[in-house]
Design a protein around this ligand. Structure first.
Ligand code: ADP
Ligand code: MG
Length: 467
């Protein structure tokens, strides 16, 4: 195998770049192609180093054939093109960016008097928009969240280097915001980097303000962009909110590109996976999925107990194991609710000056015994209220789409939430066993693809379980 010397490799690459420069849009060519370093060439394969995984993905997916053609022009033959992501190169590029930024900052400092902007931590905190009660130290790690926790720790230790972006998803009240802000908190207190936290909703509001306020929209847009593109770590909470907001998607995409290019860390949270966020353009979806996706699930019993114990420690209140076990038993799906219940009972006992017992806790929380004793009757009545249809229709054979839909939902929920067997369900809904099974299986299958159905079922479950 004949290896060309290093000089030749560089020469070949420069020739290829000359061709590519005219074939690839500047906005892609400059940031992605120029910083690459030619590494080796054997008879079949040319290898370059790049600082960014994203560069590799973009080029391999979208420009591979253009690159190969350029090589063919230069070398007179067809070869393979290979890209290796290399940390050193990435660091070099980052340094270059930092140098440029510093120079810009210096210029700005000369022009304005707010150069002491980050002088004290307080101002810095307000810039970061962080709630400092959310720290790694008071986050309880369990089976349900340990991957998210580990990933967040890694990101906090070496932002921009490994999992970028980090995408954390899971149901409401499970600690997504807590863990995301813990990263910001850590960075703020242990490094000179500037994190910034923002809820998607606020991001959109600011954007809209820029667009609708009278005056020079361009200047406002520029300052909006600068604000988000000059941070070191951007934390964007509840990104599912982006659904249906095209202008926001575009702006977010551009912000993402700008930060990613500089090797800055981005973290997203969402109540669902990128693939379940509706109307997401592929390019944005793939950005979300490029780094690491981690899920937070509802905590197990032991973790719930641990969270409550931590709360009693932090609030310096004594809560007996019985009461803790009782709370952990009742509030299974949402840490926010678990905390809410804890706060309620401790407030109650301090107001009444009594020691907290399980009975008192039940009273304070207005807890009804057997609340989870759900029957087909309860399910049917809630489903009918929800869809606004008369109950007798549910048991009838009417085939209007709305009624048939509600009927299937009711059967599905009754089978899921009650302890009733097929005979009893069949009797209640006045249907054959096979119809009950068919309805149940159909809803179960449709749930995988039908978001409307999923939302209806989840609403109804909440309503019925809290009844
Ligand atoms: P989400 O953003 O997922 O809706 P949050 O991060 O707002 O949830 O969490 C809700 C509440 O529960 C917060 O007060 C948070 O501190 C607390 N919490 C959630 N998970 C944990 C945990 N593992 N350890 C300690 N507190 C937690
Ligand atoms: Mg949240």
């Amino acid at each position: 195998m004949k290896l060309m010397d290093e000089n030749n490799v560089v020469k070949i690459w420069n020739e290829v770049l000359k061709i590519l420069e005219n074939k690839i849009p500047k906005s892609t060519f400059e940031p992605w192609f120029l910083p690459m370093v030619a590494q080796s060439y054997d008879e079949n394969q040319f290898t370059v180093l790049t600082g960014h995984l994203m560069a590799k993905q973009i080029i391999m997916q979208q420009y591979y054939s253009v690159v190969i053609e350029a090589f063919e022009n230069v070398l007179g033959k067809n070869i393979n093109f290979n890209m290796i992501v290399d940390r050193e190169i990435m660091k070099k590029i980052q340094k270059e960016f930092q140098k440029q930024e510093k120079e810009e900052e210096k210029k700005q400092a000369k022009n304005s008097s707010n150069d002491s902007k980050y002088d004290n931590l307080k101002q810095m905190q307000s810039f970061c928009n962080l709630n400092l009660k959310y720290k790694f130290e008071n986050f309880v790690v369990g089976e349900n969240n340990k991957f998210a926790y580990e990933a967040a720790r890694t990101v906090a230790m070496s932002p921009g280097e490994k999992y970028n972006p980090l995408f954390i998803y899971g149901g409401s009240g499970l600690g997504k915001t807590h863990i995301m802000q813990s990263v910001g908190h850590y960075i703020l207190h242990n490094t000179d980097l500037r994190p910034k936290y923002i809820k998607s909703e606020e991001f959109l509001n600011e954007l809209v303000q820029c667009l609708i306020r009278s005056g020079d929209t361009n200047t406002k847009m520029n300052s909006f962009r600068q604000k988000y593109r000059n941070v070191d770590i951007l934390l964007i909470d509840d990104i599912q909110f982006i659904e249906g907001k095209d202008r926001m998607k575009e702006e977010l995409f551009n912000t993402f590109e700008a930060l990613y290019l500089k090797g800055k860390q981005i973290i997203f949270t969402s109540d669902r996976q990128p693939k379940d966020i509706g109307e997401l353009p592929d390019r944005l979806r793939s950005r979300f999925e490029w780094g690491l996706l981690v899920e937070i699930k509802p905590p197990e019993f032991e973790t719930r107990v641990e969270i409550l114990k931590n709360m009693s420690k932090a609030n310096v209140v004594d809560v007996s194991d019985d009461v803790i076990n009782f709370l952990a038993e009742v509030y299974k799906k949402n840490v926010r609710e678990l905390e809410g219940a804890f706060n309620k009972i401790t407030a109650y006992s301090s107001i009444y000056g009594t020691e907290m017992t399980v009975d008192l806790a039940k009273k304070a929380l207005n807890y009804k015994e057997n609340v989870r004793f759900i029957t087909s009757g309860i399910v049917a009545s809630e489903v009918c209220k929800y869809f606004n249809i008369p109950e007798k229709e549910l048991k009838g054979t009417g085939r209007s789409q709305k009624i048939a839909y509600a009927r299937q939902v009711a059967i599905y929920l009754a089978k899921e939430l009650t302890n009733e067997n097929l005979t009893s369900l069949g009797e209640f809904f006045d249907k054959k066993h096979s119809t009950i099974i068919y309805s149940y299986e159909k809803v179960k299958a449709d749930l995988l693809t039908n978001k409307q159905l999923e939302a209806n079922i989840s609403d109804l479950k909440n309503i019925i379980e809290q009844n």
